[in-house]
Design a protein around this ligand. Structure first.
Ligand code: SF4
Length: 494
């Protein structure tokens, strides 16, 4: 970063790394705490992270604020180090080349990695909350610290999706809304817990890779399946041990005696009558309101979803097992002389099947995917002809990574990517008070392809020259594809 003219060591200096343009006193940091004035020199506060390929790190995430080791440019096989954008600095105001454009030889092929910390006004997180419990109606506003930061989107199989952030919350509301949205995205992206309140629904705490906490209660299990699927999975195990089974589910409640799997096994009709809307035999929608009770419904009494049994079919003494999709709730009933279900002690076989349902439920987690568009001007730091970078990514000649983590690039226009935030070294995300998120992004491709797309060739420097600035070696996150690995872009192995 160059400042013109060079200031005296006791003067304020102006940071030009984002539109805020802080004037920073000696020994102080700017508004984002990412840049500081050290003896009249503008420095990036955090060390630059270089990933080290290791095959036996045991999946441990090493925060880059905890010194792992420094690297002073010693000669190492170049394909064992990967230069990330974490701590690298930005290209703002965009016409500048990316802060590091680093060449390396990999399997005899000259490669280049172009890194920058992108400032993303167009970004957000998609949060997947593994739960059957009712978090809030679709489209409901999600709030943090009282501010609207996103909304509830679709319910998926055993999970509720939230969409948080995005340019409208960052820039389109009040100043406070933008600031709180930015804070929320930063905390979630850096793996911190955030409390969210959903209008007309629950208060939840989400944290990437951890169990969600819903209305103060940690969620333990993700359901084994919908009510219908649960009937199908366990029908054979229940056959002969009970006359009928109801698997209570907010979406699709299953009834064994009517369900196709019950018919195949030869389960006799029991005269059971369900509330709600019958979809197909043995599959009922809307048996109750959504809630935090049995199977993601509002009910605490399972019998409340039954109408009286059909007197022409049901018989006194018939047995009924009712269970939720996680096995968290279960009850056993026997019909009395008036064909009314009366709760009775659960037979051991059904108790065991409840445990089997629980055993088949995966641990409930919150998953956070950061999504951003690396379009527009960020690409100018990579090439003088930005659309060629986009084409190169689409043509899989260029691999995109985020802090060295693999990303999913959306088809269609631009470079809109998503990354699982738990795949990055800790504290890899930052912010600027515009407000916007700062996220690392790297583009890796063959050097000859880089030249062909109009890259800043006069700024390419060999990996060994990075030893002259403060960098930190951090082990590769276990499970991540190594960015120079053969699974990626079509380089050198044709
Ligand atoms: S907010 Fe940070 S990046 Fe922006 S000008 Fe201030 S110190 Fe520089």
């Amino acid at each position: 970063m160059t400042i013109q003219p060079p200031p005296a060591a006791d003067q304020k200096i102006r940071c030009d790394a984002c539109p805020v343009a802080c004037w920073i006193r000696p020994g102080m940091a700017g508004a984002c705490d990412r840049y500081a004035n050290r003896d009249g020199e503008l420095i990036r506060v955090d060390p630059h992270v270089i990933l080290e390929r290791t095959l036996d790190q045991g999946g441990r995430v090493v925060p880059f604020t905890q010194r792992k080791s420094e690297w002073a440019g010693e000669i190492v096989p170049e394909d064992t180090l990967f230069v990330t954008a974490i701590g690298a600095g930005t290209t703002y105001p965009d016409y500048k080349p990316a802060p590091f454009i680093v060449s390396a030889e990999v399997d005899g092929v000259d490669m280049v990695t172009v890194v920058t910390e992108g400032i993303f006004s167009y970004c957000g997180v998609k949060v997947k909350v593994d739960t059957d419990r009712f978090l809030g109606p679709e489209q409901a506003t999600v709030r943090a610290q009282g501010e609207a930061v996103g909304h509830v989107t679709t319910g998926e199989y055993g999970s509720q999706m939230l969409s948080l952030g995005g340019v409208h919350h960052l820039t389109g509301g009040s100043k406070k809304e933008g600031r709180v949205t930015c804070d929320t995205l930063l905390e979630l992206s850096n793996g911190k817990p955030v409390e969210l309140t959903i209008e007309g629904g629950s208060t939840i705490v989400v944290e990437a890779g951890k169990a969600p906490i819903i209305n103060g209660v940690p969620e333990e299990r993700m359901r084994v399946g919908c009510g219908s699927a649960t009937i199908g999975i366990f029908a054979k195990q229940w056959f002969g041990k009970v006359d009928d089974v109801v698997v209570v589910d907010d979406h699709i409640t299953g009834v064994l005696s009517e369900h196709a799997s019950g018919k195949v096994l030869g389960v006799a009709p029991t005269g059971i009558k369900m509330r709600g809307r019958r979809s197909t035999p043995g599959r009922y929608f809307q048996v109750a309101d959504p809630g935090t009770g049995w199977g993601g419904t509002s009910i605490t009494d399972p019998l409340s979803i039954l109408d009286p049994f059909d007197k022409t079919v049901a018989k006194p003494g018939m047995t009924l097992f009712m269970v939720s999709t996680t096995g968290e709730h279960a009850a056993f009933f026997r019909l009395d002389d008036n064909l009314k279900p009366v709760e009775a002690e659960m037979p051991e076989a059904l108790r065991a099947s409840t445990e089997r349902i629980k055993e088949n439920c995966e641990p409930a987690l919150s998953t956070v995917l950061f999504i951003a568009g690396a379009g527009g001007s960020l690409r100018a730091g990579v090439t003088e002809n930005p659309v060629r970078l986009t084409r190169s990514v689409k043509d899989t000649l260029t691999r995109v990574t985020c802090g060295g983590a693999p990303v999913y690039v959306w088809p269609g226009g631009g470079i809109t990517f998503m990354v699982d935030v738990t795949r990055l070294p800790a504290n890899a995300f930052g912010y600027v008070p515009t407000p916007a998120l700062v996220a690392p992004i790297e583009f890796t491709l063959k050097l000859e392809d880089y030249a062909a797309l109009g890259g800043h060739m006069d700024h390419v420097r060999p990996l060994s020259t990075l030893g002259d600035h403060e960098s930190r070696l951090v082990p590769q996150i276990q499970g991540n594809v190594w960015p120079f690995g053969p699974e990626g872009p079509r380089w050198g192995r044709e």
